[in-house]
Design a protein around this ligand. Structure first.
Ligand SMILES: Nc1ncnc2c1ncn2[C@@H]1O[C@H](COP(=O)(O)OP(=O)(O)OP(=O)(O)O)[C@@H](O)[C@H]1O
Ligand code: SF4
Ligand SMILES: [Mg+2]
Length: 328
């Protein structure tokens, strides 16, 4: 298929660069990030704290403000160039064609309004419908995310709901207009494991049924291994490994991905300490020349002071001078 006839991906991010002006100088929090997510697919964006996952999400939605700036790259939602839009046009896309679910549902919910009131406003922000119709859509959205007695919940204030329910409401709001893309930024980390499992299963079903593409941001590789179709692993603002989830988990090629997998609970004998990746996430102000993982990498050589090349292993690709050729 030629590029001209190829249908647009739900989300296409190319060479995204986001910088922050800080006292330590200009920091590049997102450094040339590229990925595509097709309709109905789930991409897991994984990395340790500070690797640039949230900033990537905010950059896609046009939510980066001073002291930050999206300094380069392209973001297309269903072929629409988000960066070329005016601020009001970006706002119209947000909540409608592309929506974000934050780690804290109170970033979405207003504590002084009932769930029904705010969901109705969210419906009417993008659809010309009556109050009754808007409330009915809100009720259906709550049902879709598995909230029992949804009509009753519409009359509740956020503080009258449990944390899990609040997060489901935030997800329901994100889903109201059947967006092409949802960016979910660690929405389940604060919830207990069984509720996490239920929400993840519902997101999978919704992606399959509605064709919504999902970017699921998490620091927990175990969470995405069962949920995502594809995985991108981020380190110091770059994607260091990408590929189908099964392949990345079964045969990680980047030493950092290998370290993340080894530190997932359940892979070691009970009572044994989890192996940790030595060292800590690097300060973006003091990155080494070449590969940013050098100070923590057992495989490093002098070559690693040069920018690592991209190497392909079937559908997987990795940025490393000495990738793991045979999975241990
Ligand atoms: N407002 C800001 N001002 C300055 N630097 C910032 C700001 N927000 C983010 N950064 C920089 O961007 C880097 C990436 O931050 P980001 O929040 O995307 O990390 P993350 O991968 O989402 O981490 P976490 O798992 O802790 O949520 C941070 O390490 C920090 O250096
Ligand atoms: S490029 Fe070198 S330092 Fe970086 S991950 Fe690969 S082997 Fe390790
Ligand atoms: Mg984050």
């Amino acid at each position: 298929m030629s590029a001209a006839t190829q249908p647009s991906a739900a989300l296409d991010v190319q060479g995204l660069v986001t910088r922050f002006e800080t006292r330590a100088g200009k920091l590049t929090a997102v450094n040339g990030v590229s990925f595509r997510v097709e309709r109905g697919r789930i991409l897991g964006l994984v990395g340790e704290s500070g690797s640039g996952k949230s900033v990537t999400g905010f950059s896609i939605l046009g939510l980066v403000d001073e002291p930050g700036e999206v300094a380069g790259g392209a973001v297309r939602v269903e072929g629409v160039d988000m960066r070329a839009l005016s601020r009001p046009e970006q706002r119209r896309m947000r909540g409608n064609r592309v929506a974000m679910v934050f780690q804290d549902p109170m970033m979405t919910l207003n504590p002084v309004l009932t769930v029904g009131h705010q969901m109705r406003m969210a419906v009417q922000a993008h659809a010309k419908v009556s109050k009754a119709e808007a409330l009915e859509r809100a009720r259906q959205a709550l049902e879709t995310v598995g909230i029992p007695s949804p009509a009753e919940r519409l009359r509740a204030y956020p503080h009258q709901l449990s944390g899990g329910m609040r997060q489901r409401v935030a997800i329901a709001i994100a889903l109201l207009h059947k967006p092409a893309v949802i960016i979910a930024d660690e929405p389940t980390t604060a919830l207990d494991v069984s509720i996490q499992g239920q929400i993840l299963a519902e997101i999978r079903r919704l992606a399959d049924e509605t064709g919504t593409a999902v970017v699921w941001i998490t620091h927990d590789l175990a969470v995405v291994s069962s949920l995502a179709d594809d995985i991108c692993v981020m380190y110091a603002g770059r994607i260091v490994e990408r590929g189908p989830a099964e392949a990345v988990i079964a045969t990680p090629r980047h030493p950092y991905t290998r370290g993340l997998i080894d530190s997932v609970p359940g892979r070691t004998e009970p009572g044994n300490r989890l192996p940790q990746i030595p060292g800590s996430t690097p300060s973006l102000a003091h990155l080494p020349e070449g590969c940013p993982f050098q100070p923590r990498c057992a495989r490093r050589t002098d070559q690693c002071r040069q920018e690592p090349p991209s190497r392909d292993f079937g559908p997987q690709s990795v940025r490393c001078h000495h990738p793991l050729e045979i999975a241990a």
